[in-house]
Design a protein around this ligand. Structure first.
Ligand SMILES: [Zn+2]
Length: 200
């Protein structure tokens, strides 16, 4: 069976061009292998909410919504609600939470320093969160507490939170586990977990 897997990134206009480039390339990195093993081709596109038309029957579509939320004050960057990077199950990814992501470690001098300070890192971290959301949407995966897993919601222990560790944790290169790959390939082949884009 042939066909296309279309990942539509909505609301990402807030990001600049280098950030969008990094975002797309790391989403492609995470999906190209499984899409190709499912015998399909991958397309990642930016689209405005009202520009989506019904895709053809050979295309399975997944949507990620990028949301710009309120910017927290410096002292609030480490509070739980402000380090939530996405809304699991809905495909929403929070841009400001990524931008404001702080060290939040034990060192008071650097506690509120931002971590994702280049376009490449910001785009890569947004892609990792997007892949986590696509894991919910495509794989039907649950969150887990396994370190180094794309579906993990386990944070970095506070004593290990330096700027560098924190950056590597959120903007590092992530791969699916073999059993996740199998599940993703199976679902992409059947095309059953895709959905029609809703315009609202
Ligand atoms: Zn999740």
């Amino acid at each position: 069976m042939t066909g296309r897997v279309l990942v539509v990134l909505r609301g990402a206009w807030e990001l600049n061009q280098p950030q969008r480039k990094s975002l797309v390339s790391w989403i492609e990195y995470g999906l190209k292998g499984v899409v190709s093993k499912a015998g399909k081709t991958l397309a990642v596109r930016f689209a405005a909410l009202d520009s989506i038309t019904k895709p053809d029957s050979d295309t399975v579509v997944f949507g990620i919504d990028f949301v710009t939320e309120k910017r927290p004050e410096k002292e609030k960057r480490c509070q739980p609600g402000n380090v939530t990077l996405g809304d699991c199950g809905t495909g929403s990814v929070f841009i400001t939470a990524h931008r404001e992501l702080a060290v939040c470690g034990p060192n008071q001098a650097s506690r509120y320093d931002r971590v994702l300070t280049t376009d490449e890192w910001l785009g890569h971290a947004l892609a990792n969160t997007s892949l986590h959301e696509l894991g919910h949407l495509i794989g039907g995966f649950e969150d887990n507490m396994d370190a180094g897993d794309l579906m993990s919601t386990l944070g970095l222990p506070k004593q290990l939170r330096t700027k560098r560790n924190r950056r590597e944790f959120f903007a590092g290169t992530m791969n699916w586990k073999p059993h996740q790959e199998q599940e993703l390939i199976k679902n992409l082949k059947s095309g059953q977990r895709g959905f029609e884009i809703q315009t609202h």
